[in-house]
Structure formats: structure tokens, C-alpha cells
Design a protein around this ligand. Structure first.
Ligand code: SAM
Length: 437
């Protein structure tokens, strides 16, 4: 029996898909790279923007002939397209889908397969609920030995009501996972060869805030830093209002926590920030970046920007350009505003920035960031950087620096999971090429 997994969207979806693969392989399935070769297809969907939702619909359409040819093919629709709504409504819309699963919820699929096969997958269900108790790690058997990085969700859902964002309604309220569960999971991942973990949450720096008996993120990082065999720890995504001093100090002090912060600003204009309900101003964000840079030496900072939010004037957009020009951040993830059903911005504001203007602003920022990132990387040419190697693609080893920069090295040596010094020979805005020292 073979499964095919299609994953769209954020790192949380990638982590959810890993768990699906893990549980399916425990049930005897093996991976198929083409949907045509699979008995079971899992579509893990994203709806953060209309373009992602359209991709899911197109993908579903493309599976229709396969289902017609093979009525026994099982199709599982998972993730934010399903959200937290009643699946019976979706069933009428998508009759070819056999199972609907909310984000991060593997049980509907396990139960469906159990009923179909006349078995009750007790073992799998127990494993799902408490993977860490039996020391098992949510990494599919087919990937053990060939992967050294893993995502670990630590905060599920989101309770911050940004006016444009559909995620809270699709993933539900913020819930921190118990610290013991996280520590055991990371330990189990390390036992299976993982060397770097990235802790995930929509607002990861709120870890523990919903449960007074839990440690905060700084204390959790301290505990994870003690795990033997683990080399690197990252966390994302942070919200500017929750990046507390003790967390920044932990990044500076703990050797395994990488100097890499992802902290979306979304816009540089104060009126737009207020309309987005982000809870800080342009000046607040500038001060925060200054503080991060003062606290953590050689830190890399990534941000997210939405261009073309309702009522964003040329002048307002210029505030975003100025902010990025002044701060010279390492990475900028750009998006054009997309009204999402049920959000405050879609209900109460007009999507009044024409698409061509959104594109124009998008390209302006893309060009600016290409220049900034190129300049930041060019300073590294001729210098050594420390790289943890993850995999080999098209004959080149690929790894990342502590600052999360992508580095390629051409060599016949086996580098998987190794941390090596590399001399940078060439640097572009999105990656660097080097030779082993
Ligand atoms: N929770 C994080 C935050 O907002 O700080 C990021 C999570 S969100 C899934 C990833 C990114 O998608 C956001 O940072 C934002 O830039 C973008 N995004 C969310 N809603 C959007 C929308 N309606 N239109 C365009 N981009 C959007």
C-alpha cells in the first residue's frame, strides 16, 4: 500500500504532514512520489491567501480522473481548507474526498482506515496521543538517516486577531504543548539522527502564556539546549510584542540556539498597522530591531510584509520602503494582500488597491531586498562560515549557516549531518557557494 502526500503552506503544515507520513508508515504504507502510484492521497492544504486556496481546488480537480479510474483510491483532505467547520458541508462540495481532517488532526484518517480494513489501529492511536511516552519520534521511517532537520510544533492555533488573517478561525485558539512532551519529542528526534530542530508556533514567543504552570520559551530553550546530540535550535514565528528580554538573552547565551529571529512587521505605516490590529507602531518595531541587534551579536532577522492592504496609499507604502531601507533585514517574505472570508478586513474594509499596484509594490520591495541581501552576503566572500549540511541536490551539498543562510558546496565527501567550516567563494542574494576548509 502506498501513500502520496501533497503539502502546501507554512512550516506547521510541513510538520503535520511529517506526522501523517510517520503514522501511515507505521500502518504499513510506503511513500509514492507520484499520485498515480498511490492507494491513498493526503492533501494538506493552506488558505492563507486566495492563491493557495486556488491551488488546492486545482489539485483536487486533477485527482478526479484518478478517483474515477480507481474508486478504491482514498483521498484525505486535510489542513486549513477544512479548518474547524462541519465536514458534512465540505462532503457535498467535494464528493470524491473520503476523509476530512482538521489541521494537525490525524485521527479522522486513522479511524477511516481502521473502519475500512476492519481493524482498530489502537497502537497508532495511542502513539498519536503520546508519541513521546514510548520514545518514538514523529519522523517517517523512510526518512530516518536521510534527514537532519525537523520541525516541532510547540504552540498550536493562534488567538491573536490580526484583521487580515484567517489562521485563528482555521487552526483554532492558541494551545501550548506540555513542555515534557516537547522535550521527549526532541530527544526522540535526536535519537533518530536529527541534529537541528525548529520550534513552531504562529506566535511562538507566546509559548506557555496560555498555561501558567508551563515554562516560557526562554526556559524551554534552556532545557532543550541540554539535550546531547542536538546541535542547533531555532524558533519561529515571533510577534514583536512578545519578544521579551529574557528570550533575547537566551538566544545570546545558549550555544545551541541560533542567532536567527523571524519577526514579521507586516507594514511600515502606522495607520495600516492599526487597521491590521498588530499592536505596535513603526517606531516600536525599529526600537525592537535595535534591541535585538544590541543583545545578539551577528543576528539575522527575517520579516513578513503584506503590500496593498486596504487603503494603503503611496505615502503609506513609502513608510514600508523606508523601514526596510533603514533596517536592512536579512530576509523579507512578501505577500500581496488577499481578502480572506470571515476576517475583519474582508468584512469591514474594501480591497481597494488594484492588483497592478499591489504587484508594483511587491516588485519594488523584492528589488530592494535583493540588493540588501546581496550586499549583506557579499561581505562574507573570502571568509569562513559554519555550515550544518542537510542534503545533496544535483551533485551539490546543501546546508545552512547559524544565520539560516543557504550554502552550497560541491564535493564527493559525505557531509550529511556534519557541521563544517566553509570558505565563501561566491555570494548572491539568496544563497552562497563555498569550499570546505
Ligand atoms: N502568525 C505570524 C504573524 O502574522 O506574525 C505569521 C503566520 S501567517 C500564516 C504567514 C504570513 O502570511 C503572515 O505573516 C502574513 O504576512 C501573510 N498573510 C496572512 N494573511 C494574509 C492575507 N490575508 N493576505 C496576504 N498575506 C497574508
Amino acid at each position: 500500500m502506498k501513500y502520496h502526500l501533497w503539502t502546501e503552506g507554512c512550516q506547521m503544515n510541513v510538520a503535520d504532514s511529517q506526522r501523517v507520513a510517520f503514522i501511515l508508515e507505521k500502518m504499513g504504507y510506503s511513500p509514492a512520489s507520484r499520485p498515480e502510484d498511490a492507494n491513498l492521497i493526503v492533501m494538506n492544504t493552506c488558505v492563507v491567501r486566495q492563491s493557495a486556496e486556488d491551488k488546492a481546488y486545482n489539485r483536487l480537480q486533477s485527482l478526479k480522473p484518478l478517483k474515477k479510474q480507481n474508486p478504491d483510491l482514498v483521498i484525505n483532505l486535510m489542513g486549513c481548507l477544512v479548518g474547524r467547520q462541519d465536514p458534512s458541508l465540505l462532503q457535498t462540495r467535494f464528493p470524491m474526498v473520503d476523509v476530512f481532517s482538521q489541521p494537525s488532526d490525524l485521527l479522522p484518517l486513522v479511524n477511516f482506515l481502521g473502519q475500512r480494513d476492519g481493524k482498530y489501529y489502537v497502537e497508532q492511536e495511542v502513539a498519536l496521543q503520546s508519541l513521546w511516552l514510548d520514545g518514538d519520534a514523529p519522523i517517517p521511517q523512510s526518512q530516518v538517516g536521510s534527514t537532519v532537520t525537523a520541525f516541532v510544533p510547540i504552540v498550536l492555533g493562534c488567538s491573536h486577531a490580526c484583521t487580515y488573517c484567517v489562521i485563528p478561525s482555521r487552526r483554532g485558539a492558541e494551545i501550548s504543548r506540555p513542555p515534557g512532551e516537547i522535550i521527549h519529542e526532541v530527544q526522540a528526534l535526536v535519537d533518530k539522527g536529527i541534529r537541528e530542530v525548529t520550534l513552531l508556533g504562529q506566535i511562538v514567543d507566546r509559548y506557555g502564556k496560555d498555561e501558567p504552570s508551563y515554562p516560557n520559551l526562554a526556559s524551554l530553550l534552556e532545557k532543550l539546549n541540554d539535550i546531547d546530540g542536538l546541535i542547533r535550535i531555532r524558533f519561529l514565528t515571533s510577534h514583536p510584542n512578545w519578544l521579551a528580554d529574557d528570550l533575547l538573552n537566551a538566544v545570546r547565551e545558549l550555544p545551541k540556539v541560533m542567532p536567527h529571529i523571524e519577526v514579521p512587521v507586516q507594514a511600515g505605516d502606522n495607520e495600516i498597522l492599526a487597521a491590521m490590529r498588530r499592536g505596535y507602531s513603526n517606531q516600536d518595531y525599529r526600537l525592537l530591531i535595535e534591541k535585538i541587534r544590541c543583545t545578539i551579536p551577528v543576528v539575522s532577522i527575517g520579516t513578513d510584509i503584506i503590500v496593498g492592504f486596504p487603503n494603503e496609499t503611496d505615502e503609506g507604502f513609502q513608510h514600508t520602503v523606508d523601514l526596510l531601507n533603514d533596517l536592512r533585514l536579512n530576509v523579507v517574505h512578501l505577500a500581496r494582500y488577499s481578502p480572506r472570508p470571515g476576517t475583519v478586513s474582508a468584512r469591514a474594509m474594501q480591497d481597494n488597491i488594484p492588483d497592478c499596484v499591489k504587484w508594483d509594490r511587491f516588485r519594488k520591495l523584492e528589488e530592494l531586498q535583493e540588493k540588501v541581501a546581496g550586499e549583506i552576503h557579499s561581505i562574507k566572500v573570502g571568509k569562513p562560515v559554519e555550515v550544518l549540511f542537510e542534503d545533496k541536490r544535483k551533485g551539490r551539498w546543501r546546508g545552512r549557516t547559524p544565520n539560516n543562510e543557504l550554502v552550497f558546496v560541491e564535493t564527493e565527501q559525505e557531509l550529511m549531518g556534519q557541521r563544517r567550516n566553509v570558505k565563501v567563494e561566491w555570494a548572491g542574494p539568496w544563497s552562497m557557494i563555498g569550499t570546505l576548509e
